[in-house]
Design a protein around this ligand. Structure first.
Ligand SMILES: NC(=O)c1ccc[n+]([C@@H]2O[C@H](COP(=O)([O-])OP(=O)(O)OC[C@H]3O[C@@H](n4cnc5c(N)ncnc54)[C@H](OP(=O)(O)O)[C@@H]3O)[C@@H](O)[C@H]2O)c1
Length: 232
């Protein structure tokens, strides 16, 4: 049993992950902006789930918010940076604020939060940093340029972080999924043929297995696809 924080926990993969971690006996702090979504997740997840608000677009205020969450809930054993945003649209049809938000939520916030938590984890000699990237962290895709840039950046950050902190007893894993059947980017859920998108509950179960590996086995990166996905 460990204490986990999960960002982007109000719906989609994050909500599933909270419930699966709790079902496996972990204590989970579910973080997001949507109170209604968070309380639904808390109800589903049961006693092991606590919730709190976190806006990853908070910019300079984000580090202070992380310190106040640590004061309220304690230092977690691990964090899953799961929150992510993106829309399939030509770059010229995005306004600049949206492009900035994509980089902020998907990449800058991960770096800021990790930076805020690391000193205490290093001092303790343990801690697990997990991030949900994307198969688009390894390949290009037209009409997703800013999202692809954020996930390539995340890829570089996580692999470099691992090499920096593994000697201090910390663990780092990057999960790179293909398409998931969630409402991400305004998509409808449940309209895809079996095998063409990943089921969030099945993917969440796999992520729980990744973080439960023994100390002498580390999944540094895991790429997961539905076999029927068009391109990967
Ligand atoms: N769906 C896919 O096909 C797919 C494929 C590969 C990788 N991924 C990655 O998987 C992860 C989970 O995506 P998903 O499909 O589950 O997406 P989703 O259903 O759209 O959920 C996104 C989550 O991110 C949170 N979020 C968005 N903006 C936020 C902000 N400013 N501050 C705090 N939280 C914020 C949302 O919570 P609030 O709105 O309540 O804040 C929500 O809980 C993301 O990193 C995504 O890039 C998705």
């Amino acid at each position: 049993m460990a204490k986990w924080w999960v960002t982007g926990a109000s719906r989609g993969l994050g909500a599933e992950l909270v419930c699966q971690l709790a079902a496996a006996g972990h204590e989970v702090l579910a973080l997001a902006r949507d109170r209604v979504g968070l309380s639904a997740v808390q109800q589903r997840g049961g006693d092991g789930v606590r919730v709190d608000l976190l806006d990853l677009a908070a910019g300079d205020a984000l580090a202070a918010r992380i310190h106040s969450l640590v004061a309220a809930h304690g230092l977690p054993d691990g964090i899953v940076h799961n929150a992510g945003i993106g829309w399939y649209r030509p770059i010229v049809e995005h306004d600049e604020a949206t492009l900035r938000a994509i980089i902020q939520v998907n990449l800058t916030a991960v770096i800021q939060i990790t930076h805020a938590l690391l000193p205490a984890m290093i001092e303790r000699g343990s801690g697990y940093v997990v991030a949900i990237g994307s198969d688009l962290g390894r390949r290009p895709l037209a009409n997703m340029a800013a999202y692809v840039a954020s996930k390539h950046g995340l890829n570089g950050f996580m692999h470099s972080l691992l090499r920096e902190v593994k000697h201090a007893g910390l663990r780092v894993s990057l999960i790179q999924p293909g398409m998931i059947d969630t409402g991400f980017g305004g998509h409808e859920t449940g309209r895809h043929a079996r095998g063409t998108v990943l089921r969030p509950d099945a993917l969440a179960k796999l992520i729980v297995q990744v973080v439960e590996q023994p100390d002498d086995l580390l999944v540094d990166e895991l790429t997961v696809h539905p076999p029927g996905q068009g391109e990967f």
